[in-house]
Design a binder for this molecule. Structure first.
Ligand code: NAD
Ligand code: DGY
Length: 393
């Protein structure tokens, strides 16, 4: 059906309030989360990858209670003013990162901003691990070589890469994903870790200490952790560096020409956070000048584009922002985003622990009567639930 110029699919047409999703999202649990509380759901099915602000204004129309949007959209003053005027009070990104959202503008208009933490932690960490291995062991280069029919037989020096075992892992941004990735690499490859974050990660430190003790009981060399006081310390010491901070003013171009020059010549740099955390032009130059330096990138500074020269370089592995792309995670992200909006529409409190969103994802029981994660809850003075799963939708 065509509404306001853009094609939409409608669920529960007679619902008491109207919620728009700017994209079709995986699974059906998210649609039930909204229709179960009486929402009419309109899903934009227009065949256009990224909707413009004008497109979204037309989707919001003259009456709209809440919107679920995507990280590719520019959620700023214009859209929040439009949503407010249409009677809206809830927006959720279908993503944990919300650097595409002007949260201050939303707060000024009294609109709650939701995100989807937790459900993508392991999936994203696994892709960062895949990029690390691909870059360190030159998997994509070797695959290209095979397919091109260039393989003439085993050679002692064919595609020699880096061994991870016993090397030092560097983490910048040791939050949910950074810690999950570190645990995979430490347990899998017995790497030592040095990390930099604004906050101490006792979870990571305790894990490494306990795992080191376990290794000792097995007669193996223990692993160690170190908390760095600057990103520079991590860059100088680590053999593999993976970036997992949020994108904000403090992390924009955190990896620049000067900091790249501090890294080991044969280091591996992985980014599954946000593209602008790296000055990508500087990275292209660095990769050109240091053929043994390798990178694995899921995100890019000017998505969907790559900086000139990047695509031609053999010492970089590039994938199109797929770190959270597992079926379970994408369906879970959609469900959390829908429950953020459904909960706000119903006037529910905000879940007390966005690091424990599991109760919202069980398809076989009713989710708690709460919004799973609202980033401006405090600024809006929203009530926080006591965390008991007794209250049900
Ligand atoms: N590529 C993908 O598909 C994908 C998937 C999920 C998340 N992400 C990105 O990963 C980010 C992290 O997600 P998360 O769930 O781990 O979030 P999180 O909030 O748990 O972790 C972010 C960490 O970054 C730290 N940090 C903030 N500013 C910093 C700075 N200047 N220097 C060092 N550390 C700093 C924070 O203290 C926090 O520990 C998201 O914001 C998102 O942008 C990308
Ligand atoms: O921030 C996020 O959630 C991701 O980039 C989506 O995969």
């Amino acid at each position: 059906m065509a509404m306001a110029g853009l094609a939409v699919q409608i669920y529960n047409a007679g619902g008491f309030c109207r919620v728009v999703s700017t994209k079709p999202m995986p699974g059906t649990q998210w649609i039930r989360a909204l229709t179960n509380v009486g929402c009419r759901v309109e899903v934009c099915i227009e065949n256009k990858t990224i909707l413009s602000v004008e497109d979204i204004i037309s989707l919001i129309g003259s009456r709209c209670d809440g919107v679920i949007g995507q990280l590719t959209e520019d959620w700023g003053e214009t859209l929040f003013a439009t949503l407010k005027k249409a009677g809206g009070h809830a927006y959720s990104n279908m993503a944990v990162g919300y650097n595409n959202v002007d949260v201050e503008a939303a707060t000024r208009h009294g609109i709650a901003v939701g995100n989807t933490p937790g459900v993508l932690t392991e999936t994203t960490a696994e892709l960062a691990a895949a990029l690390t291995l691909s870059a360190a062991r030159r998997v994509v280069e070797a695959d290209d070589f095979m397919r091109a029919g260039k393989y003439e037989g085993w050679l002692p020096s064919l595609f020699v890469g880096n061994l991870l075992k016993g090397q030092t892992l560097g983490i910048i941004g040791a939050g949910r994903i950074g810690t999950a990735y570190a645990r995979m690499m430490i347990e899998g490859f017995k790497m030592n870790v040095i990390y930099y974050d604004l906050f101490q990660s006792t979870r990571l430190e305790n894990f490494v200490t306990a795992y080191g003790e376990f290794l000792k009981t097995q007669g193996e060399a223990p692993v160690y952790w170190q908390r760095a006081t600057s990103p520079e310390e991590v860059l100088k010491e680590a053999d593999v560096i993976s970036l997992h901070p949020i994108l904000d003013k403090t992390t924009y171009h955190l990896i620049n020409k000067e900091r790249l020059s501090l890294m080991k010549k044969d280091a591996v740099l992985v980014n599954a956070s946000r593209g602008p955390v790296i000055d990508e032009t500087a990275l292209v130059e660095h990769l050109k000048a240091n053929p043994m330096f390798r990178a694995g990138l899921d995100v890019f500074e000017d998505e969907p584009f790559m900086k000139p020269g990047l695509a031609e370089l053999p010492n970089v592995v590039v994938v199109p922002h797929i770190a959270s792309a597992s079926k379970w995670t994408r369906e879970g992200m959609a469900t959390l985003a829908a429950l953020n909006v459904a909960g706000k529409v119903k006037g529910y409190p905000v879940w007390s622990n966005p690091n424990n969103i599991a109760p919202f994802l069980d398809e076989h029981s009713q989710p708690p009567a709460a919004c799973p994660s609202i980033v401006n809850a405090k600024a809006l003075g929203l009530t926080v639930s006591d965390g008991s799963a007794q209250q049900k939708l």
